[in-house]
Design a binder for this molecule. Structure first.
Ligand code: NDP
Length: 346
């Protein structure tokens, strides 16, 4: 049975491709009449919207791994929500569901209508609270786990370096590195973040890249060189790490957030020839390409969370109307952990 619904719903549309950092007017919040539900459709009230660095890529028309969000269309973003009305067998009011790639993972909207396959049921007997399940298991933990196990393949005793070490993905990567028995060194954007990474997460060292001479401090923190780099940032930090990679080292190229807002492409790494000299493997990956390892990633990381071996932070901003201001925090390093918008109370 349908719950009482508002007459309208809110949706952020991409109006203009941002030039540099996101400006007022690049996205607009529309309020539009709630459409009637057709046979085979389901209506979902968004509870949480995930904000991710890739949002800025999707807003642009640079070459990318999914189609750019078309102008005037709803902004793409992963959501978890609750079914409020269903004309689709298999989903009932009260079910919690996640957006799937069929519905482009979800939209920046407080209500969504979908057809079969657009939403995936969240396991009914979840070991984590819904907000933690969504925040950590929708993207973050699979990215960290699959990026390490499938792409970077660190071994006990090796030295692993991870950038955005206090961020959503990076903080899980660093802790898995410790579980695997690696010397694990983080790189992050403030002393406070670095202190959390060493004192709370247990990494061997963490370097604030905004203070002087990262190169020398990295060398001191990695006396045996670097075997594995989990790269979340690209740019000058990648160049510095490249210069200290050991023979046959591996780089998992997960993200290049340092260039997501660049108006013109930054220069390539000057240490590029070391990929040859040190016989490195550099491999980009997108977590969506590895659905066969999702369940393993979710099970393993959930187990480590429940055993107290993995800690995480979530940064929750209230209100769909604040999504655009919130997403900018990612590119200024202002988020403390996984960034989510609470669109409606659970
Ligand atoms: P985070 O929680 O790590 O937030 C982003 C962080 O990036 C900021 O807090 C900031 O931390 C750092 N940052 C911002 N600008 C710069 C810059 N110019 N140079 C260096 N660091 C910067 O986000 P996520 O964990 O969600 O994402 C981390 C990376 O992983 C991103 O590059 C993202 O695109 C990528 N990713 C890739 C996936 C894949 O499938 N390949 C899936 C999910 C994420 P600080 O204060 O330390 O600078």
């Amino acid at each position: 049975m349908a719950q009482s619904l508002p007459d309208t719903y809110k949706v952020w549309r991409l109006k203009r491709r941002p030039q540099g950092i996101i400006q007022d007017g690049d996205l607009e919040l529309d309020e539009v009449p709630m459409p009637p539900l057709q046979d085979g459709e389901v209506r979902v009230q968004t509870l949480y919207l995930s904000l991710d660095p890739t949002d800025r890529i999707w807003m642009s028309d640079r070459k990318q791994y999914m189609p750019p969000v078309p102008l005037d269309q709803p902004m793409r973003g992963p959501i978890v929500g609750r079914v409020v009305e269903s004309r689709q067998p298999g989903l009932q009011p009260g079910d919690n569901v996640e957006g799937t790639p069929q519905i482009e993972l979800g939209h920046w909207a407080d209500y969504l209508v979908g057809k079969e396959g657009d939403f995936r049921l969240v396991p009914r007997h979840n070991e984590l609270p819904l907000v933690d399940y969504f925040g950590q298991m929708a993207i973050v933990a699979p990215t960290a786990y699959i990026g390490l196990m499938e792409i970077a393949t660190p071994k006990a005793g090796e030295t692993l370096v991870v950038s955005t070490a206090a961020g959503a993905v990076g903080s899980i990567v660093g802790q898995i590195g410790k579980i695997l028995g690696c010397r694990t060194v983080g790189i992050a954007g403030s002393d406070e973040k670095c202190q959390w990474v060493t004192d709370e997460l247990g990494l061997d060292a963490c370097l604030n890249y905004k203070t002087d001479n990262l190169e020398a401090r990295l060398e001191a923190a990695c006396p045996d060189g670097i075997d594995v780099y989990f790269d979340n940032v690209g740019g000058p930090i990648l160049d510095t790490v490249l210069g200290q990679m050991n023979n046959f080292g591996r780089i998992a190229q997960c993200g290049t957030i340092s260039d997501y807002n660049a108006a013109t492409p930054p220069p390539g790494p000057t240490n590029y020839p070391l990929i040859l000299m040190r016989r490195l493997t550099v491999r980009g990956f997108i977590v969506l390409d590895h659905p066969e390892r999702y369940q393993e990633a979710v099970s393993e990381v959930t187990k480590w969370i429940l055993e107290g071996k993995i800690k995480f932070r979530q940064h929750i901003v209230d209100g769909i109307e604040n999504a655009v201001e919130a997403v900018k925090m990612l590119y200024r390093g202002e988020n403390q952990g996984k960034l989510l918008v609470r669109v409606a109370p659970e």
